[in-house]
Design a protein around this ligand. Sequence first.
Ligand code: SF4
Length: 442
Amino acid sequence: MENPCHMCMPMGGILALKGIERSMVIVHGSQGCSTYMRRHIAEHFNEPIDVGSSSLNEKGTVYGGEANLRQALDNINKVYQPGLIGVVTTCLAETIGEDIARIVADYRQERKLVMPIVTANTPGYGGNHSEGYWLTVRRLVETMATATERHNKVNIIVPNISPADIRELKRLLTAMDLEYMLCPDVADTLDRPYLANYSKLPAGGTPIADLYRMGGAPATIEMGVTLDSSVSPGKYLEDTFGVPLYSVPLPIGIQNTDAFMGAIEAINGRKRPADIENERGRLIDAMIDSHKYNFAGRSAVFGDPELVYAVTQLCLENGILPVVVTGDKSGNLSRLLPKTEMSAETVILSDPDFDLVQQQAKAGAVNIAIGHSDGRFLTERDHIPLVRLGFPIHDRVGGQRLLSIGYTGSMNLLDRITNTLLAEKYQHYRQNMYQKYYSKSS
Ligand code: SF4
């Protein structure tokens, strides 16, 4: 794969762990891996990103990296005094067969540690960052959730979305009067306000106490329709503790946001307030206003599968034809997307690289791309404008502040898409007219 459409698996693990209160991450592998991941995440969020490394060298690679990992755990404990440590692996650690679960269990026993340490096997070659993210959330839930007494807080499990999106989710949940615990919660940890006194571990994140109590929740709402049940954290909670699972798409677009709000209404038995209904009405109004421009859109949508699924539906709702859609190896996206609404021209690519996306976009006369910054090659090479969305966004500022979910966020995203199509149209309007009407006659 020459120019992949995704980052490697442990990077997703780091993103998930950054949403847990007072957590630190150790990447078990060479220093280069953690440096690459820190750089990418720091560029997107414009935040200092502390990530530990076990710094596997030649000796550790040949004789095993247990001593390095133990040293890293000691150092992280000493320097950060975290509330939880996550250990994720890399290509190198997995290739030499490191048993991190056994190493960590022995370490905790010897040190008589109460602090939880969550391990996730995330070989870089084993999957993409989205798979690493979900696997790590699943491992967090498997490791932490216990059979507590029943309580009122609903589990909200979210994919890798922006801190601004998380804040919007919280606003909606509060407006709906729902008691909840949201995991992972990067609203503040990856978008912290400026403070005169710097703290090594940011405030915020899913409280560790909440993780322990997930097994006693009245329900789980999980935005993970593209997940297999073996990976879904919500399915684990349902199978292990009998917590009913409401699996809904990421609330982008009218249909998906209705599904999310409907799940809340079903759980707490209350209708949405008038303010939220008005937000829905404004989104419909925006859709009516912009459909006369959007019908000309032919999109390429790429990125994390949950986001791709939701954005493809937003395109369909607004008359934009999804021409190229990227999925992952599971093929779940092809199964989920409504075939009746798709066109025969639509190509759903399983785990492609950007060269393939570029070829298909060109062949399908795509005129708008929607996805993360790595799709900028579509603009550079084929002049297809890119609406930046998802992770990573490293050639613009504000990736962490992009709001795209809920009725208001969807309206925001729709405006960004429509205005990109309009800008493209007006930029080439005269030139196209000239070519169409005058160049032939001259
Ligand atoms: S792909 Fe493998 S070697 Fe490269 S950064 Fe990721 S884990 Fe490290």
